[in-house]
Design a protein around this ligand. Structure first.
Ligand SMILES: Nc1ncnc2c1ncn2[C@@H]1O[C@H](COP(=O)(O)OP(=O)(O)OP(=O)(O)O)[C@@H](O)[C@H]1O
Length: 252
């Protein structure tokens, strides 16, 4: 449960939402404006706290952690991609990608970065500055930057919000590939049902409640509207089933 105070009124931004997200799966959270999508993502990712209930992230109960430990969990286990790409304009794509690693005093794993650039289709743009890249390419650089620390979960909040449909397709395709080829766990908030079709599972919120929970087959996976249909991906089997409960938010 997550409530906000607005004057004398209390807004229930999340109300009795209980959900677990599996590893190496692509989960989309959809719903109308104000339904609680961002609040859910912020609570699950440790950017905000729940009023009651608990959040378990990659086996760690994050509810009640001190700010210092929560910051560490976010830095080490979570990757974020937002609507705005937040790239540093004076750095090249490669330098932007490795920035989180170099900032925390580490040395980038060149092989991993090259592999990410390859999978995300930006290898040939690595030495370019953001201004020389298309919106879709910039967002793919942002995805690579989020993945370079090998996060347990990648949270994407309206990652296609600033992009036209072609660039949006590029970004959704690389998110899909990160799940299929890198085994990445992805949770994406979107208001766009066409974007949600790239996911294995679609959670629908309305008025802070979970009103629908659809898995790929029933989520109209192959239908295409707005974005090109995802190119026949195969959801990983067995492996994910054995690793249930990667991220859970429970009502107490
Ligand atoms: N900081 C806040 N203070 C007060 N109320 C808030 C705050 N943040 C969100 N809310 C309220 O909580 C509810 C859920 O908001 P939230 O931003 O999670 O919805 P959303 O589905 O992400 O919407 P959108 O698609 O417009 O971003 C809304 O009624 C909103 O007004």
């Amino acid at each position: 449960m997550k409530t906000y105070r607005q004057g004398t009124a209390e807004v229930r931004a999340l109300d009795g939402v209980s959900v677990g997200v599996r590893r190496a799966r692509f989960t989309a959270v959809v719903g109308p404006s104000g339904s609680g999508k961002s609040t859910l993502m912020h609570c699950v990712a440790g950017l905000d706290t729940v009023t009651s209930g608990s959040i378990v992230l990659d086996g760690t109960e994050i509810t009640g952690l001190s700010d210092r430990r929560l910051t560490r969990v976010r830095r080490e286990r979570i990757g974020f991609v937002f609507q705005s790409f937040n790239l540093l304009p004076q750095l090249t794509a490669y330098e932007n990608i490795v920035l989180p690693v170099t900032m925390s005093g580490g040395r980038p794993d060149r092989e991993l970065v090259d592999h990410l650039c390859e999978v995300l289709g930006i290898a040939h743009r690595a030495s370019h500055r953001p201004a020389e890249l298309s919106g879709g390419q910039q967002q793919r650089v942002a995805v690579a930057r989020a993945l370079v620390a090998r996060p347990a979960v990648l949270f994407a909040d309206e990652p296609t919000g600033n992009l036209d449909s072609r660039a949006g397709t590029e970004v959704l395709t690389v998110l899909r590939r990160s799940v299929d080829e890198l085994g990445q766990t992805v949770v994406m908030v979107t208001h766009d049902p066409a974007a949600a079709r790239y996911a294995d599972r679609v959670l629908t919120l309305a008025d802070g409640r979970l009103v629908k929970d659809e898995h790929a087959a029933s989520a109209g996976h192959t239908a295409s509207a707005g974005y090109a249909a995802p190119a026949g991906h195969a959801a990983p089997s067995g492996r994910a089933a054995a690793l249930a409960g990667d991220v859970t938010g429970r009502r107490r």
